[in-house]
Design a protein around this ligand. Structure first.
Ligand code: GCB
Length: 648
């Protein structure tokens, strides 16, 4: 639909639930569902041909990849960039090809009542998928899952194995998210013929490949396709509104059952939608805000359907956290209590694996967050893996869930085509993450040129649609523009501002920070009367560089800069500042440039997750903040005391 028409009809479509086609429930095992993980070594080839189209011209998907040329072993999940010793592969732009042979359980290929689905957690950026040479899916966008129902294909033999081929293109254009531009260097006295490079306006390396788990899973042919939960609280009673979507048959019964953590049934219902009431509900509280944070119930959904082949059942269990989120003129409320975000911005980034999903890394990061006393993070600058969201639910780490709308600077990136794609990405993101209690706000973009004329319409439309998609959460985008010039700010619920005082200007002059920052906060608040989050601030430091009095890039300077910010944050958080998120949790890789020393060094941890001096400073601060903002909860206070690096 063209964006103009979309603007007119969109809210209506969303309201009718028409725009959200098909669910994206996390694949899980249940008595009616099986999973087969396809992580491990895949065959791989980058298409280095001049037009990057040799793979399509030679139809590499038709036969095993090894038959059309040499292949490499490529781990999945992982970025391909840092795995090999090939400099050209590290910075490759164009199509790469992945392939994997899979042996299928007999039942999957012979039982026509089984639906077999291929799910790709993420493929950056554009992906085409074939199974046994047959095209089964295409997907744009590098950070969200997509699926293909391959039942017919694998049951037509029936086949005992299948060959999955995935071609992935990492090229970014002004209409992709994030946007980018291909620069053709045509001066043949300086560059070889056909030379081009990828240019971007964001500050992280454009890692590519199969970044998240790939798997096959089954459901019955009549199945639970989607579940939408919204929760509320009425005095002591928790309210769970549910909606279950079924595919495959119109004749079915649904039963839902909510269990507490002891496995006791606390509420039950029937039918595709309804409200469950939970007396004396345990609410889902953020980490350090309650002595039992992150309480999760289990919603067991049971589908029974009559099909030509007889009765079919499907079971799906969804973790449910009962909590409310609200925003006032100067507060962010969770369960009716003021919530102060004290946390980090992250990246999905690590040595060798690049942006590839990795359990040890993930668990280490959550352990560091808890050590730090962080209660929140923003998924800068793209949606993170679903497994990350699940851990946030379980640990009570609050999330600002951001779209890959980063680096929107060119006027072409505000076109109808770009807006249309951005709306689709928000739809995919909300569809995937809507049931996570940890997600308390959507961020549609980071630092767009929101002073450009088309930005007003663009953000008005984007934010209105995101709210229509999910009326239960506030929406923001993160700005670094001036409060007077920002055309998107009137539409957000919370003002999220990034600033780098005494880093990108006033080099070395930490003393100017308090005045700069206080003036900035006051201007924003006076203009919009909305709560403000300091969504980024920070300084680079190379671990082990020490200098006193502090100089830029020393650990002392990084610490000193944070301290100046904290002076103002401590004043303004009494009024309308509702959070502070450090840039960045860990050092991360960027494009090469004279401004970056093997990547961005603003991490408070190194890329290998070792603390710099700033990490200890923040740890002290966050535990202190936790102690101040905890409600009527002596147990948390003693936990704070136990974990805190100092005594209160
Ligand atoms: C920003 C961006 C972030 C950068 C950071 C920096 O404003 O949002 O992506 O990495 O500044 O270090 O310059």
């Amino acid at each position: 639909m063209p964006a103009g028409l979309w603007a007119a009809l969109g809210p209506l479509l969303w309201a009718c639930g028409l725009a959200l086609q098909g669910g994206m429930l996390y694949p899980q095992e249940s008595p009616s569902r099986e999973r087969k993980e396809l992580d491990g070594l895949w065959s791989f080839r980058a298409d280095f041909s001049e037009n990057r189209r040799q793979g399509f011209e030679g139809q590499w998907y038709r036969t095993p990849l090894r038959e059309s040329g040499p292949t490499l072993d490529m781990p999945v999940p992982s970025s391909f960039n840092d795995v090999s010793q090939d400099r050209q592969l590290r910075s490759f732009v164009g199509w790469v090809w992945y392939e994997r042979e899979v042996t299928l359980p007999q039942r999957w290929t012979q039982d026509l009542g089984t639906r077999v689905v291929l799910r790709i957690g993420s493929a950056h950026y554009y992906a085409i998928v074939w199974v046994n040479g047959v095209h089964v899916a295409e997907h744009e966008g590098g950070h969200l899952p997509f699926e293909a129902d391959i039942s017919k294909l694998v049951q037509s033999g029936p086949l005992s194995s299948c060959r999955i081929t995935i071609a992935i293109n990492n090229t970014l254009t002004p209409h992709t998210l994030p946007p980018g531009t291909i620069l053709h260097k045509t001066d043949i006295s300086k560059y070889p013929k056909g030379y081009f490079v990828q240019d971007t306006n964001f500050d992280f390396f454009n890692y590519a490949g199969l970044h998240r788990p790939v798997l096959l899973y089954t459901t019955p042919t009549t199945y639970i396709d989607d579940i939408t939960i919204t929760t509320g609280v009425d005095q002591d009673t928790g309210l769970v509104d549910y909606q279950v979507f079924v595919q495959g048959s119109e004749y079915f019964q649904l039963e839902v059952c909510l269990l507490d953590q002891e496995g006791k049934v606390v509420a039950q219902g029937t039918g595709g939608r309804g409200q469950l009431q939970v007396p004396n509900a345990h609410l889902w509280w953020p980490y350090l805000m309650h002595e039992h944070p992150a309480y999760l119930y289990s919603l067991e959904v049971r589908l029974t359907a009559q099909t030509a082949a007889g009765a079919v059942s499907d079971f799906y269990t969804l973790p449910v956290g009962i909590r409310t989120v609200a925003v006032t003129e100067h507060q962010f409320l969770i369960n009716g209590k003021p919530f102060y975000f004290h946390g980090v911005n992250k990246h999905e980034d690590a040595d060798i694996r690049g942006r590839g999903f990795d359990w040890p890394l993930l668990v280490k990061d959550f352990n560091l967050l808890r050590w730090l006393g962080a209660n929140a993070f923003r998924t800068s600058h793209y949606p993170y893996a679903e497994e990350v969201m699940q851990l946030c639910d379980r640990y009570g780490i609050v999330v600002i869930d951001e779209s890959p709308g980063v680096g929107i600077v060119l006027v072409q990136s505000y076109s109808n085509e770009s807006l249309q794609h951005h709306l689709e990405v928000m739809e995919e993101l909300v569809r995937r993450d809507k049931n996570h209690p940890a997600v308390v706000m959507w961020s549609v973009a980071n630092e767009p040129t929101s002073f450009l004329k088309p930005a007003g319409y663009y953000f008005k439309t984007l934010i209105a649609h995101t709210k229509a998609l999910d009326p239960s959460r506030p929406v923001t985008f993160v700005t670094n523009s001036n409060y007077e010039a920002d055309l998107g700010a009137p539409y957000v619920d919370v003002i999220c501002v990034n600033s780098y005082y005494s880093w990108y200007h006033d080099y070395g002059h930490l003393e100017v920070i308090p005045l700069h920052l206080a003036t900035e906060f006051e201007n924003w608040y006076r203009t919009y009367q909305k709560p403000i989050i300091q969504s980024e601030y920070g300084a680079g430091s190379v671990a082990g560089f020490h200098q006193d009095p502090p100089l830029m890039f020393s650990e002392e300077y990084q610490k000193g800069l944070l301290e100046q910010y904290h002076l103002v944050l401590d004043q303004k958080r009494k009024d309308y500042v509702v959070g502070e998120l450090i840039w960045n949790f860990a050092d991360f890789m960027t494009d090469q440039s004279p401004r970056r020393v093997m990547g961005n060094k603003k991490g408070i941890f190194t890329r290998q997750r070792q603390p710099k001096a700033a990490a200890f400073l923040l740890r002290e601060r966050y535990w202190k903040l936790a102690n101040e903002t905890t409600y009527h909860l002596s147990a948390v206070k003693s936990q704070c005391l136990e974990n805190s690096p100092f005594s209160f």
